[in-house]
Design a protein around this ligand. Structure first.
Ligand code: FPP
Length: 260
């Protein structure tokens, strides 16, 4: 396990002797919060905070690849973010476009498979085609999986899965008894992806804000005070070190989960 942390001597993330969880999470999901406060504290427009947020995202993704995190999901735009001022919304749309145009080649080169979670119907045609291009280009990659949650809302996603299943029941093609947690998971945008082991939120806020509510049932939650534009390798290592100290029981008892 140690070598999965890369060559940088990342002792901070090493497991402690009493830990019950695997030392390194397979799937890390991140709520990138605090861009606005970062900018406001410097007398800058909020959009500048988001721009710096993209740089932090780039640095964090590189570190996560280096460390050996298999799956990273980032919350880039929530279904509720449409209520922000129009200039901020269009700025965030522009940043997504630039992120895909500028970073797709590097991600592809690094073997990253890109997936998008969220409702695409209300996005512009050019964004929709960029999202299709990013997924198609990287579909065969077997390195890290990056899930960009954009125009994403967890309750909406669960409601959509419920609607699909209800329609199958109404059409007589599904027995209601077959509506299991697995059947619902298979109809979410994360179908086929293991649930997040670790959910990180930056900026000191301590809530999930409609992010991966179903998938995070047993995730470890780590809240860090750092504002997202200041995030990077060091802060990620701190979150991983905190994760490694946690004992995950999944509703059972420690000895059974640990296989002891
Ligand atoms: C929360 O900060 C952050 C967002 C709503 C957007 C996150 C977006 C990025 C990190 C950059 C865009 C990345 C891509 C891939 C498009 P906030 O604005 O709520 O901060 P505040 O709580 O301090 O106001």
């Amino acid at each position: 396990m140690t070598e999965r942390y890369g060559a940088a001597g990342l002792a901070a993330a090493q497991p402690g002797p009493s830990r019950g969880a695997a030392a390194l999470p397979r799937h890390v999901a991140i709520i990138m919060d605090g861009n606005g406060r970062w900018a406001e504290a410097r007398g800058l427009p909020r959009l500048e905070g988001h721009r710096r947020g993209v740089e932090a995202l780039r640095a964090t993704l590189r570190a996560a690849r280096d460390i050996g995190i298999e799956i990273v999901t980032v919350y880039s735009f929530s279904s509720e973010n449409w209520s922000r001022p129009a200039t901020e919304v269009s700025g965030l749309m522009g940043l997504l476009k630039r992120f895909i145009r500028n970073d797709l080649a590097e991600l592809h080169e690094a073997g990253v498979r890109v997936r998008i979670a969220g409702d695409r119907d209300s996005l512009s045609r050019d964004i929709r085609s960029l999202l299709v291009e990013a997924e198609a280009l990287t579909a065969g990659n077997r390195g890290q999986t990056l899930i960009v949650a954009f125009n994403y809302g967890s309750r909406q996603e669960i409601a959509e899965a419920a609607r699909t299943l209800a329609m199958e029941v109404a059409a007589g093609t599904r027995d209601p008894a077959s509506i299991t947690p697995e059947a619902i998971s298979a109809r979410l945008s994360t179908a086929g992806i293991p649930d997040p082991d670790l959910v990180i939120r930056t900026s000191g806020e301590m809530r999930l804000s409609n992010f991966l509510l179903w998938q995070s049932a047993y995730a470890e939650l780590v809240f860090q005070p750092v504002l997202w534009p200041d995030y990077g390798r060091e802060a990620l290592l701190e979150a991983l070190a905190e994760y490694a100290r946690r004992e995950r029981r999944f509703g059972g008892v420690a000895a059974v989960v640990a296989g002891a």
